[in-house]
Design a protein around this ligand. Structure first.
Ligand SMILES: [Zn+2]
Length: 306
């Protein structure tokens, strides 16, 4: 099918060992493999001599040690954070303490929307609520370092505060968890929002960077084509959900069973939240109806007149 994403799971690097992914950019992968992290969260080092670190990673002493080892003899001037999930930002305080670098990000963790009455946030454990940047960046803001120029690109959807970072000199983008080569990004309410996510994809599709360096998995070459696949994939998923509702499915578990065939059982909860994210968007657009606010245990139907 044309909307199938050409996933790339070829990532042959050892954890906590630095390698140069493209000239002038090194990476160190944390040893935190899992169904959401693939082989591990990847921290990047931009430049030589005076460098920036993108996403210091989880609060794991072995990873923090490996990252600091990789920059021994150099000066870390900047730390950029793509978003505040616990596998990306909790190493910031330790790396900042050791290096004195200034921390840049969109802002602290926040949900994409307020919690509904009686709703609990299933993602609470995944958020790093202690994080706060030294400098909050706005969309398009430019930060200059030694030999590199980074532009902040707000990309909400996976989290409300997700930010990608474009490197002008190298025509590349640190894509965080917004676009990855090994799997689709998780968009789960209330932290994530599908309408924001789709808008962020559309925004990236108009940019010129050809290489993406994501928070998990291998580098994405031919990034514009890949972003297009991502957009088609989401549209196809939306169409599958509408098809299931037309066939009489009315609850999220039934839709998940029908469209996520062969899914890793550890991801069923995330799949349910991803369907909820689509349904929230469809309800907001008047395509799908539900009673009250869209909820994980809600009853859904196609809106009248469709
Ligand atoms: Zn994440």
């Amino acid at each position: 099918m044309s909307e199938d994403i050409p996933f790339d799971k070829s990532l042959d690097i050892a954890p906590d060992t630095a390698d140069e992914v493209v000239p002038g950019v090194r990476r160190v992968m944390a040893n935190n493999p899992g169904p959401f992290t693939f082989k591990g969260t990847i921290s990047y080092i931009l430049g030589r001599g005076k460098v920036a670190i993108v996403d210091p990673g989880p609060d794991d002493p072995a990873h923090i040690g490996a990252l600091l080892d990789a920059v021994r003899g150099e000066t870390v001037t900047h730390i950029f954070v793509t978003h505040t999930h616990r596998d990306h930002s909790p190493a910031v305080p330790a790396v900042k303490r050791e290096t004195g670098a200034t921390v840049y990000a969109e802002g602290p963790h926040r949900a994409a929307r307020p919690l509904h009455i009686c709703e609990h946030n299933p993602l609470d454990a995944s958020a790093d609520r202690d994080f706060a940047p030294d400098v909050a960046l706005k969309d398009g803001e430019v930060v200059e370092g030694e030999g590199w120029t980074v532009q902040a690109v707000t990309t909400p959807g996976h989290t409300a505060n997700h930010m990608a970072y474009a490197v002008k000199e190298k025509n590349l983008l640190f894509a965080g968890d917004h676009v990855m080569a090994w799997a689709t990004s998780i968009v789960a309410p209330p932290d994530g929002a599908m309408s924001d996510y789709m808008a962020s994809l559309a925004k990236l599709s108009k940019r010129n960077e050809t290489l993406y360096l994501p928070g998990h998995g291998p580098a994405i070459e031919d990034a514009p084509r890949f972003v297009n696949y991502y957009i088609l994939h989401r549209k196809a998923r939306e169409a599958s959900i509408l098809h299931r509702l037309a066939k009489g499915a009315s609850d999220i578990p039934t839709v998940v069973r029908a469209i996520y065939i062969g899914i890793d059982p550890r991801l069923t909860g995330a799949a349910g939240l991803s369907v909820l994210a689509h349904l929230e968007d469809l309800v907001a657009r008047g395509v799908v109806a539900t009673d009250g606010r869209p909820a994980i245990d809600g009853v859904f139907r196609l809106a009248q007149g469709r």
